[in-house]
Design a protein around this ligand. Structure first.
Ligand code: NAD
Length: 501
């Protein structure tokens, strides 16, 4: 028997020592082993975390900007120094390869770096003499206790879209990470403590719907940031808003890549394979549909085949592995079910990932190799659903207009990309497409930390995208002050509506 780990909450600056009535299994997807058990929070444990965050708020809110920033800088240095350790935790529980896991930590750290500039970002406005010897100014103040609820696919990066900005703004934070890969968040909490963050400013509660509902209904939680699938995002948005909270809820995706006949097809095929199968397609910015405009479909398919044939599939810590397993057996089986349904509905199974060899052997791991479905049409389930696995659908379109109509009609609007050498076509695409994040000859890029992240339509509920200036606005509220200091010229009582003079 190999040892299993016990993962518990982090409340008030230390691990929470309680008896959980419910626990979840945490797997190692590469071999199917249960590697640990994670405590599931009840309403009482959520309450304890929110109470710790509430108690820490007055002190943290009034901590000077330079002190807050120095804690952020120390956290940035510690997280960078422990990047490989965080990557190993992520890779073991999620399955993604180590370099990919290290990459998500690096992208998350960019948001910490952005948040280190908080003194500048929190500057309000000041207008002198809005009326005679009267000044007006604005102050950006934190909200209080804010919560983050995050998905399994980026256990470090997605929480890092939220808490660096929230904490830098002076809020205190309760994170409810995915129960499938919870360990990175606890290690992050330890690094915050080592960086000198006061106890209670950053807390972690684990669990499922019960923990989430505890946060959504808690009167002391002022704002909720969510990232996950569309049905849950819709539920979070509705419930949190009905309880009077500020909410941003980022949902699922079906990202199309449009390949025009004049595109560099080698570049386009590299992009389709990299963004289709990186992290086994379990990325919200993965390309799941390639739309090839006639007549390039066959040539693009040939180039995709060549590249997929060379991909090496294996455990995340295998030095040659480029793609790992899926996160759970249930998810693997659901993803694989689309292969049969697509064929039954008329698609061509061009590459069958069920036959892909696994470095070191498949054992009981949750494996599915890169799969390509060709001649997919919009009525098929493999087109309509977010599969969230290593399945690339290729759709043939007769013209740019036909392809554009398909992309803009899709209910999801997270990311899209166009591959072309025609600047005019690219410009028209960026102008017309009904999608929130666009790549031009770049396979669906995650925007830099100073450009906020978020999709349109069913990919985002709420009006704020994550991080960047939109994050600063989301985690603060503005106070407008009009001030007059005693001056002999003040005019005495006046019941008229104040106007400027
Ligand atoms: P999920 O929606 O199943 O879970 C997300 C979070 O919600 C988890 O913390 C989970 O515990 C919680 N949750 C699950 N069911 C719940 C319920 N019934 N009530 C309350 N809370 C519940 O998502 P996932 O499978 O962990 O992650 C994959 C999904 O996330 C994909 O749809 C992907 O597109 C999406 N995603 C979107 C973005 C984005 O930026 N738009 C980024 C990453 C992932």
């Amino acid at each position: 028997m190999t040892e299993t780990r016990h993962i518990t909450h982090w409340i008030g600056g230390k691990p929470f020592d309680g008896d959980a009535a419910r626990r979840g299994d945490v797997y190692e997807p590469a071999n199917g082993r249960v590697a640990g058990h994670v405590d599931f929070a009840s309403a009482a444990e959520v309450d304890a975390a929110v109470a710790a965050a509430k108690a820490a708020f007055p002190g943290w809110r009034d901590t000077s900007l330079s002190k807050r920033t120095s804690v952020l800088f120390r956290f940035r240095e510690l997280a960078a120094a422990h990047r490989d350790e965080l990557a190993a935790l992520i890779s073991a529980e999620h399955g993604k390869v180590l370099s990919d896991a290290a990459g998500e930590v690096a992208r998350g750290l960019e948001v910490v770096e952005f948040a280190c500039g908080i003194p500048h970002l929190l500057k309000g406005g000041f207008s002198e003499n809005v009326s005679t010897r009267v000044d007006a100014y604005s102050i950006l103040q934190p909200l209080g206790v804010v919560a983050g609820i995050t998905p399994f696919n980026f256990p470090a990066m997605v929480p890092m879209w939220m808490f660096p900005v929230a904490i830098a703004c002076g809020n205190t934070f309760v994170l409810k990470p995915s129960e499938k890969d919870p360990s990175a968040s606890v290690r992050i909490a330890e690094l915050w403590a080592e960086a000198g963050l006061p106890d209670g400013v950053f807390n972690v509660v684990h669990g499922d719907k019960a923990a989430v509902d505890g946060l959504l209904h808690h009167p002391d939680v002022k704002a909720v940031s969510f990232v996950g699938s569309t049905p849950i995002a819709r539920y979070i948005y509705g419930t949190a808003a009905a309880n009077g909270k500020r909410v941003q809820a980022l949902g699922g995706a079906k990202n199309h890549m449009l390949v025009l006949p004049d595109a560099d097809l080698d570049l386009a095929a590299d992009a389709a394979v990299s963004a289709g199968f990186g992290s086994a397609g379990e990325r919200c910015m993965a390309i799941s549909v390639a739309v090839a405009v006639d007549p390039v479909g066959d040539e693009l398919m040939a180039k995709i085949r060549e590249r997929v044939a060379k991909l090496k599939i294996g455990p995340g810590d295998h030095p040659e592995s480029e793609m790992g397993p899926l996160v759970t057996k249930a998810h693997r089986d659901k993803v694989a079910s689309y292969l049969d349904s697509a064929v039954a509905q008329g698609a061509t199974l061009a590459i069958d990932g069920r036959e892909t060899p696994v470095l070191g052997g498949a054992g009981d791991g949750f494996w599915l190799g890169p799969t390509v479905l060709d001649h997919v049409t919009p009525e098929m389930d493999a087109y309509k659903d977010e599969i969230f696995g290593p399945v690339l659908a290729v759709v043939r379109a007769g013209s740019y207009e036909e392809a554009m109509e398909l992309i803009s009609a899709n209910p999801y609007g997270n990311g899209t990309a166009i591959f072309t050498n025609d600047g005019g076509a690219a410009r028209r695409f960026q102008n017309e497409v009904e999608v929130g994040m666009v790549g031009i000859n770049v396979p669906i890029p995650v925007p830099m930390a100073y450009y906020s992240f978020g999709g349109w339509k069913d990919s985002l509920f709420g009006d704020s995208h994550a991080h960047g200036m939109e994050g600063v606005h989301f985690y603060t509220r503005t106070k407008a002050v009009t001030a007059r200091w005693l001056d002999p010229s003040h005019g005495g009582v006046n019941l008229g509506f104040p106007t400027n003079g």
